[in-house]
Design a protein around this ligand. Sequence first.
Ligand SMILES: Cc1cc2nc3c(=O)[nH]c(=O)nc-3n(C[C@H](O)[C@H](O)[C@H](O)COP(=O)(O)O)c2cc1C
Length: 140
Amino acid sequence: MTNLVYFSSVSGNTKRFIEKLGRSAARIPLHAREAALHADEPYVLVVPTYGGGDGKGAVPKQVIRFLNDPDNRSKIRGVISAGNTNFGTAFGLAGDIIAEKTGVPHLYRFEVFGTPDDVRAVDDGLDAFWSTQQLQTVSQ
Ligand SMILES: Cc1cc2nc3c(=O)[nH]c(=O)nc-3n(C[C@H](O)[C@H](O)[C@H](O)COP(=O)(O)O)c2cc1C
């Protein structure tokens, strides 16, 4: 496995961001007929926002299904959201909802497939984030 998990719909914007990041990542399957993803180590989730801004359906149902698995849910450590600023206050809303429901930080939000600055910020941010997580583990 890997400590980065993402979902991307058929439009593939988030997948493109993950490819630019160049880190190994596991994709939550698009179709229910595909084998479910099981997280076997702590991970940060990258999730695009849907729903169109009214708050309903912001978290893709595939991601809800993944997080409904108690074991997957117990391993989430942070969330990064994707979206589009055209949706105003609902920009990256999926990350806010998941952070609230699972009690993890909403680490970053980016638009569509991200700019080079976004890629750099997330790459550096993940390194810093995981080093603090390790420090916490050591001190526990
Ligand atoms: C029907 C639809 C609804 C969307 N609703 C939101 C939204 O509420 N908030 C937001 O930030 N982005 C919204 N978006 C933008 C997507 O999150 C964005 O295009 C994202 O890059 C899609 O990622 P994907 O191609 O990996 O699935 C919406 C896009 C579509 C097509």
